[in-house]
Design a protein around this ligand. Sequence first.
Ligand SMILES: Nc1nc2c(ncn2[C@@H]2O[C@H](COP(=O)(O)OP(=O)(O)OP(=O)(O)O)[C@@H](O)[C@H]2O)c(=O)[nH]1
Ligand SMILES: [Mg+2]
Length: 245
Amino acid sequence: MCDSCDCGGHGNLYSVGKPGAAVIPPERSARKIQVEADVLAKNEAVSDRNRAWFLKNGILALNLVSSPGSGKTTLLERTIRDLSDRITMAVIEGDQQTSRDAERIGATGVEVVQVNTGAGCHLDGAMVHRAMHQLNLVADSILFIENVGNLVCPAMFDLGEAAKVVIISVTEGEDKPEKYPQMFAAASLCLINKIDLLPHLDFDVAACREFAGQVNPELEFIELSAKTGEGMEGWYNWLMGRAGR
Ligand SMILES: Nc1nc2c(ncn2[C@@H]2O[C@H](COP(=O)(O)OP(=O)(O)OP(=O)(O)O)[C@@H](O)[C@H]2O)c(=O)[nH]1
Ligand SMILES: [Mg+2]
């Protein structure tokens, strides 16, 4: 287990030049794997109930995952402003601390709940369950769940969403799908954000797509800028399609 949370990270250490030299003794490792399985199974049970409730009530729940600062909240602000006359939307905001993102989303006029995870590095099914019942969710709507900025642990924790949307910004380096494959394997859609900055960077979009495609051949891609609005139409088409419009 990762020391700071119940995310299941095993923390194997490797010496440079000696790949595969795991340092956790086998008996401790087995116990950790059992604890991890228990935690994930418990989360899965809650999240399955969330998913059933979303389905029954006609709500498209999407789990937005990324590194910190890739542009999730900026994307949501523009999306809400552009689509609010076409579909009802609500947001659950996950951050370790502060209600800054909820305040930004609240300024757009939609319902929003902030969840602070404290030392935790991801949302889980129970947090989403509590938060969703604080919102007046209506049929034929979209619930965006902005997860804690973290490219590792949120990949493992199902929230009951219909799909994970992973956002990678062009300032992060095109090798992220190779280094953090689980997140790209778990996602249905990859948004490549901040393309307005491409002229100033050496980010290789084709290589990024290739790395992510190796991890997940089914992954769809949309390149956009939440800042300038370029490419957002593709995202809106994807959203409305998933919402059955
Ligand atoms: N140039 C450019 N900047 C962007 C774009 N999208 C977001 N930003 C900037 O990136 C920074 C982080 O944006 P946020 O929307 O707060 O990112 P986030 O993923 O919600 O961040 P956390 O919630 O902290 O993980 C802000 O300064 C945004 O203005 C974009 O498309 N282009
Ligand atoms: Mg944010």
